[in-house]
Ligand binder design. Structure first.
Ligand code: SF4
Length: 349
């Protein structure tokens, strides 16, 4: 039964897999980078970032020698910047401790910053062809429906159960293909909203399909809590902006203009042109203010306005005075970049 399952699955994979750049390599460095990018990014969007990142940092050495700002700049738009900081940090460890090679033992890989059980399994099986299971969101969904597993996928206990199932099924000879295939099957066939059950090659054995409970699985214990935040980015005049590297929070490591945080949506909406805001114990006059821009992050819903003001920090409080046209020399949050880019393109017309 196990053999026929993996045989069927791998045959399906060989005929239906997408041609993705990280599948044409067994270089552990490239596999690692692709897995980190894919953690919070859709495949379609990830391809371009992956290609550009690998072009700029083709190996461990080039990444470890890069400045953090350059790495963050290449990550701009992907979000979750801690991923970029972690790979940069880890590349230095790989250079110093492993002479710019990737270790091929689980116990060593798992100690590297930013690498968890899933990524370690992916590197070991895809690059080194070792028999380690990989279980991502696609696999949780596919297995929970196929075997009707009513375990919470966001608890360690539940996750361990799924890892055991994958460990029992994984193919001895080609663990890399098996792992790629279960992920691909979940992504392409056993999809979250529109699984193609009628043409699924496993529909005769799928327990959730037989019970008509496909959409009830997988199970989650906790839903993600989101908070609302209101921000005003204070820009200088149309010639200058002031940027400072954030030391913590969602944009840690990136540069942002000074931020004023109204306490409520009402306060944000009521702040208008010609009013004054108190920034760094100074009253700053708003010369122009944008409409509200909504920006969704996984745990935060941001409502943002941008304003031009008579603020002049003159390289104070660790802020750098930057000519408007040079803002893209700094790694900045995508929402700020989009606003400044639109504004700058409009000005040039
Ligand atoms: S029958 Fe539907 S739910 Fe079951 S494995 Fe196939 S696609 Fe997934």
């Amino acid at each position: 039964m196990i053999q026929s399952f993996s045989h069927k699955l791998i045959s399906w994979y060989k005929s239906n897999k997408r041609d993705l750049p990280w599948r044409n390599t067994d270089d552990p460095y490239k596999i690692w980078i692709s897995e980190i990018i894919l953690q919070q990014t859709r495949v379609k969007f990830a391809i371009d970032y992956y290609n550009k990142f690998i072009e700029k940092f083709p190996n461990i050495e080039s990444l470890s020698d890069a400045k953090e700002d350059d790495v963050l700049n290449s990550w701009q738009g992907l979000g979750y910047y801690s991923r970029a900081r972690n790979i940069h940090h880890t590349s230095k460890i790989l250079k110093e401790k492993y002479s710019s090679n990737f270790p091929n033992k689980y116990d060593e890989i798992i100690t590297l910053k930013g690498i968890g059980k899933y990524t370690a399994g992916a590197i070991l099986s895809f690059a080194f062809k070792k028999k380690f299971p990989v279980v991502d969101g696609n696999v949780f969904r596919f297995f929970s429906r196929l075997f009707f597993i009513e375990k919470f996928i966001d608890t360690t206990r539940g996750q361990n159960y799924f890892y055991n199932v994958a460990e029992d099924l994984i193919c001895e000879k080609t663990p890399d293909l098996f792992n790629q295939a279960i992920i691909e099957y979940g992504a392409m066939v056993c999809k979250p909203k529109n699984p193609t059950c009628t043409t699924c090659i496993f529909n005769h054995q799928c327990e959730a399909y037989k019970k008509n409970k496909v959409f009830e699985l997988p199970l989650k214990k906790n839903s993600v809590k989101t908070t609302d935040r209101f921000l005003i980015f204070i820009l200088g005049t149309k010639n200058n902006i002031f940027l400072k590297k954030k030391k913590n929070g969602i944009w840690k490591g990136l540069y942002t203009p000074p931020i004023y945080e109204p306490k409520s949506k009402k306060e944000l909406n009521n702040i208008k042109k010609n009013e004054e805001l108190n920034i760094f114990n100074k009253n700053v006059k708003i010369l122009k203010i944008s409409d509200v821009i909504h920006h969704k992050l996984t745990h935060q819903n941001l409502s943002i306005k941008f304003c031009y003001s008579d603020l002049d920090l003159d390289n104070q409080n660790e802020f750098v005075k930057v000519k408007f046209k040079n803002f893209d020399h700094f790694p900045i949050p995508i929402v700020v970049e989009k606003f400044l880019k639109n504004f700058y393109d409009e000005e040039k017309k």
